[in-house]
Design a protein. Structure first.
Length: 286
């Protein structure tokens, strides 16, 4: 067998084995892997590289080494799930770096973290003053997670005591110009509805790169031809405007009538429409 053919076959076999091991055991980004996991993956990569070009080495030897490392990784993963002490030994525990707004210098020294390193990691979290941090912990993976002080956290509807509509995951119904029927059915829609919506905005299916339907049934999409102008959807804004118009008409009727019973009825209906408007408005905003 020619050397180049053997090198190619060895490389292919190593790639397949690494792919299988990665799919089975590695389910997180490389930056979030523990030191042990990174060492195992690096060792496997080196074994594959050396075993692919060292033709004097029998192929069974690198395969055996990969199998041993794979079994070792599986065993460590299994024991880590069942035993906290074992998991802490291999993955490490989180170490507080900032607590109650104060930097813990002793913990920084133990983790060999410098002041520049701390400030750099805080900036990566969009925090430029350590005084804005209530609590920070250095995870076993080396990532610094922080909790900012209450007055530095973003304002949310919960803080303002405002009700917001629930959000559901949008369904991708077109991808690369092809209709995805399963997500479309999940939203209770069909191909005829989708075609009609595209026609309303002067778009052809073949020209649609990706399209999604949100929780309100609103269709948004991106075209291959970025220069093409699309018609803006008007259904939700029009619904909001109609509700507001009905409320205004009811108030006008209440002012125009001389019948007290009718006036009270119009005013009551106007208040109900106002409540409906306030309830519906969050759903009509894009």
């Amino acid at each position: 067998m020619p050397n180049w053919v053997e090198v190619g076959l060895r490389s292919l076999a190593g790639f397949v084995i690494l792919f299988i091991l990665a799919r089975v055991f590695v389910r997180k980004p490389l930056g979030e892997s523990s030191l042990f996991e990174f060492s195992i993956m690096a060792s496997m990569a080196i074994i594959v590289a050396v075993g692919s070009i060292q033709l004097t080495t029998p192929i069974v030897l690198p395969i055996t080494a990969l199998a041993v490392l794979g079994i070792l990784m599986f065993g460590v993963s299994l024991l880590s799930q069942k035993n906290k002490a074992f998991r802490s030994f291999f993955s490490g525990d989180g170490v507080p770096i900032i607590k109650d707004g104060k930097i813990l210098e002793d913990n920084m020294k133990k983790q060999r973290m410098t002041t520049d390193d701390l400030l750099s990691r805080l900036r990566s979290k969009d925090v430029f003053q350590y005084a804005d941090v209530e609590f920070a912990v250095l995870e076993g993976s080396g990532e610094l997670n922080i909790l900012t002080k209450q007055d530095q956290q973003p304002i949310t509807p919960k803080i303002l005591k405002q009700k917001v509509p629930p959000i559901k995951e949008p369904e991708t119904v077109i991808m690369d110009g092809r209709i995805l029927h399963e997500p479309l059915t999940t939203r209770g829609l069909n191909q005829e509805w989708l075609t009609t919506e595209l026609q309303k905005m002067n778009a052809n299916l073949e020209n649609v790169f990706v399209a999604q339907v949100d929780e309100y049934g609103q269709l948004t999409f991106d075209l291959y031809d970025d220069a093409m102008q699309l018609t803006t959807p008007t259904e939700l804004p029009l619904l909001e405007a109609n509700i507001k118009k009905v409320q205004a008409d009811l108030e006008l009727f209440a002012l125009d009538t001389e019948n007290e019973e009718a006036k009270k009825s119009y005013q009551r209906c106007s208040k109900q429409m106002k409540q409906i408007y306030q309830t519906v408005t969050p759903y009509t905003k894009e």
